[in-house]
Design a protein around this ligand. Structure first.
Ligand SMILES: N[C@@H](CCC(=O)N[C@@H](CS)C(=O)NCC(=O)O)C(=O)O
Length: 212
């Protein structure tokens, strides 16, 4: 399919970045249409036609509209040429989906909202850190890192021998998390994750979408 896809969203968004990473790893050119979901006046009213839940990203390819990052990235993987981003083996594929679920349900709220937003993002915009929320997020973040490190064991990538959507989900979350000193320190306590981070962070898909 040769038509260029559109991503609606903003470069600061973890989920927008995941879709951009998937497209970059597939070698697909795309257009990022700016939508600031946190703008004080809210997103443009007609954005809800693309995403009725008012989140970013939304995605469009050759007249086909889609929202929810899990659906978008699997579509990107299956609709375009390029290296597969979902493992072929049944167990590795299950592991990939498990890591994505951990990222959505546990890592994103704790690593990004609990630690990064409280420690870095709020003070940057003059807001006050909720120390109780930050303190509560730290042990939950540790649970995430330990679980991911255990699942990865001695494999180079989170779902096995090849880079997959699991890595592309976790990487933007770990990037924000490590902007906080607590996050950087914690990652270093899990050597396999620290090595994984060094591998993933140096990929052109990551350096080309860096934010913050
Ligand atoms: N389940 C959605 C989550 C997307 C999401 O939460 N995006 C954030 C930005 S990273 C957002 O739009 N937040 C706006 C809000 O919470 O109001 C997906 O998988 O795409």
């Amino acid at each position: 399919m040769t038509e260029k896809p559109f991503i609606y969203g903003a470069p600061y968004s973890v989920y927008v970045r995941i879709v951009r990473l998937a497209l970059a790893e597939k070698g697909v050119d795309y257009e990022l249409v700016p939508v600031d979901i946190f703008a004080s006046e809210g997103p443009p009213a007609d954005y809800l036609d693309l995403h009725p839940f008012g989140r970013i990203p939304a995605f469009e390819h050759a007249g086909f509209c889609l929202y929810e990052t899990g659906a978008i990235t699997r579509y990107v993987d299956e609709a375009f040429e390029g290296p597969p981003l979902q493992p072929a083996g049944v167990r590795e594929r299950a592991r990939c989906n498990q890591v994505i679920s951990i990222a959505d349900n546990y890592a994103y709220p704790q690593l990004v909202w609990g630690v990064y937003v409280e420690r870095i993002s709020k003070p940057k915009r003059g807001a006050v850190t909720d120390e109780a929320r930050l303190a509560a997020a730290i042990p939950k973040a540790r649970t995430c890192l330990k679980a991911l490190s255990d699942l990865m064991a001695d494999k180079p990538w989170l779902a096995g021998r090849q880079l997959s959507l699991a890595d592309l989900y976790l990487a933007p979350m770990l990037d924000y998390f490590q902007m906080a000193p607590e996050g950087r320190e914690m990652v270093q306590q899990y050597p396999s994750l620290a090595d994984w981070w060094a591998r993933v962070a140096s990929r052109p898909s990551m350096t080309g979408t860096a934010f913050g």
